[in-house]
Design a protein around this ligand. Structure first.
Ligand code: FES
Length: 157
């Protein structure tokens, strides 16, 4: 039921798009993934509580950090539906995402350093190219079956 109070508390999808700077199609996508929720008015139109504005802001910032939507959705699931994410919520999420970002920066730095060795080469060899076989950590420890030599059962690792 639309009351005067709800009229000021809830936003249409167009109003939410205008206020958040996010396209209507993206808002529908977020909703389909459970990141935001709407209510339906008597005309079966979506109406978003104002708290959704802050959720959308948080989603956009997290996306800018490269956090996958599924992960953002998991973090938002831990919050109650009926309130905006607080500063404390953001602090917890951003601390975790900051650690993830550090890890990705380290991985990208490693990739960039390996790329330097490939510039001007072009072999793309499975054996010789560190970018082609990037995850071969054991290979960097030497040739052969490293796990068998170390006594670690490869099926258990
Ligand atoms: S392209 Fe030759 S080592 Fe990577």
């Amino acid at each position: 039921m639309i009351t005067l109070e709800n009229l000021h508390k809830e936003l249409s999808v167009g109003q939410l798009a205008a206020r958040s700077g996010v396209a209507v199609t993206a808002l529908h996508f977020y909703e389909s993934k459970g990141l935001i929720r709407s209510n339906r008015n008597q005309g079966n139109q979506r109406r978003y509580p104002r708290e959704v504005l802050r959720r959308v802001a948080l989603i956009k910032v997290a996306q800018r950090l490269g956090i996958p939507l599924a992960e953002i959705g998991e973090a938002l699931k831990a919050l109650p539906d009926n309130r905006a994410p607080t500063a404390a919520d953001w602090k917890d999420m951003s601390a975790q995402w900051g650690r993830d970002l550090d890890e990705r920066i380290n991985q990208l730095t490693l990739l960039r350093d390996k790329l330097n060795g490939c510039i001007g080469c072009g072999c793309l060899s499975m054996e010789a190219c560190p970018l082609r076989n990037f995850g071969d950590v054991l290979g960097e420890q030497g040739p052969g079956a490293q796990l068998l030599e170390s006594g670690i059962d490869p099926k258990m690792s």
